[in-house]
Design a protein around this ligand. Structure first.
Ligand SMILES: [Zn+2]
Length: 102
């Protein structure tokens, strides 16, 4: 195993054992709460965070409650980091096939 592969694998293992991960992207939307006397009635609306994923060609959205936002952000970031590392390792194996090298 090359040192590049060993490094990527160990970072991936560390990442996966640390906490959860979640595929999706975060979308901020501004929404009016509907209360006539709220400041948002005349302004831009309250910021709400949604988790968006596409699954079998369909897009799903999930509201993320305020007290979940920081957790969900970390899970989404870790999913992307893990994917990047998988991609790095995959490229190494692509080259192995291309160069017929085991
Ligand atoms: Zn409001």
């Amino acid at each position: 195993m090359s040192s590049a592969e060993r490094q990527a694998r160990s970072r991936l293992t560390q990442l996966l054992s640390r906490r959860g991960f979640l595929r999706g992207s975060l979308l901020v939307r501004r929404m009016k709460c509907g209360k006539a006397n709220c400041r948002c009635a005349r302004g831009e609306g309250h910021e709400s965070l949604f988790l968006v994923i596409s699954e079998n060609g369909r897009t799903r959205q999930l509201y993320v409650p305020k007290d979940w936002v920081s957790r969900v952000r970390l899970w989404v970031e870790d999913y992307h980091r893990a994917r990047k590392l998988m991609e790095e390792i995959s490229r190494i194996y692509w080259d192995k096939v291309r160069q017929r090298q085991d």
